[in-house]
Design a protein around this ligand. Structure first.
Ligand code: PNS
Length: 169
C-alpha cells in the first residue's frame, strides 16, 4: 500500500452529492473548494428513476469528469438509494454541501440531521460564492431553453452540451 494510509494516517474523504443536471459553476466552486480540504472527494450523482432529467446520468457523469479533471483527487460516481449507504460503502465520513441562501438552510438542516441520525455521517456546509448565490441547474435550463445567455454560469463544455441538447442535435 502506498500513500497516507500506509503511513498510519487516515485518508480524509468527503462526498458532494447532487443531481447535477447539469453541473454549474456553483457546483464546481463547491467541489473545487472541497478538493482543497480533503484527500479524496467523491461527486455522487443521484439516480432518480421517477424524474427524467435533461441529461442522462452517464452524460452528467461524463461532463462532471471532464470539468473536474484538473483536480486530481475528485472521483465521480452514480448512486441509487440512500446517500448514507454510498458513504458507508466507501468509508466517507463527511458530506459537503453548498448553502446559497437562508432559504436552503431548512431543508439542508433536516437532511443533515437525518443523515447523521442514520449513520453518524457529518455534513459540512460551505457558503456559496456570492457570484453564484442565485444559481441552480433548473434556472440555467430554463434560461437556456429560451435563448438566454448562461455562458457565465456553466463551464464551456456544459454550455456546448446544453446548446446541442436544446437544439435537439
Ligand atoms: O442536487 P439536488 O437534487 O438538490 O440533490 C439532492 C440530493 C441528491 C443531495 C438528496 O436528494 C439526496 O441525498 N438524495 C439521496 C437519497 C437520500 O439519502 N435521502 C435521504 C436524505 S436525508
Amino acid at each position: 500500500m502506498t500513500g497516507p494510509e500506509s503511513e498510519g494516517t487516515q485518508v480524509r474523504r468527503a462526498v458532494c452529492p447532487g443531481s447535477f443536471d447539469p453541473i454549474t459553476n456553483g457546483h464546481l466552486d463547491i467541489i473545487s473548494r472541497a478538493s482543497r480540504l480533503y484527500d479524496e472527494v467523491y461527486v455522487a450523482v443521484m439516480i432518480n428513476k421517477s424524474k427524467k432529467g435533461l441529461f442522462e446520468i452517464d452524460e452528467r457523469i461524463d461532463l462532471i469528469r471532464r470539468v473536474t479533471a484538473e483536480y486530481g483527487n475528485v472521483r465521480v460516481e452514480a448512486f441509487h438509494g440512500l446517500l448514507v449507504d454510498f458513504c458507508k460503502q466507501r468509508e466517507i465520513p463527511a458530506i459537503v454541501k453548498g448553502l446559497r441562501a437562508v432559504s436552503d438552510f431548512d431543508y439542508e438542516l433536516q437532511m443533515a440531521q437525518m443523515n447523521n441520525g442514520l449513520s453518524g455521517v457529518e455534513t459540512l456546509f460551505v457558503p456559496t460564492n456570492p457570484t453564484y448565490s442565485f444559481l441552480s441547474s433548473s434556472l440555467v435550463k430554463e434560461v437556456a431553453t429560451w435563448g438566454g445567455d448562461v455562458s457565465h454560469l456553466v463551464p464551456p463544455l456544459v454550455l456546448a452540451a446544453l446548446g446541442e441538447r436544446l437544439r435537439g442535435d
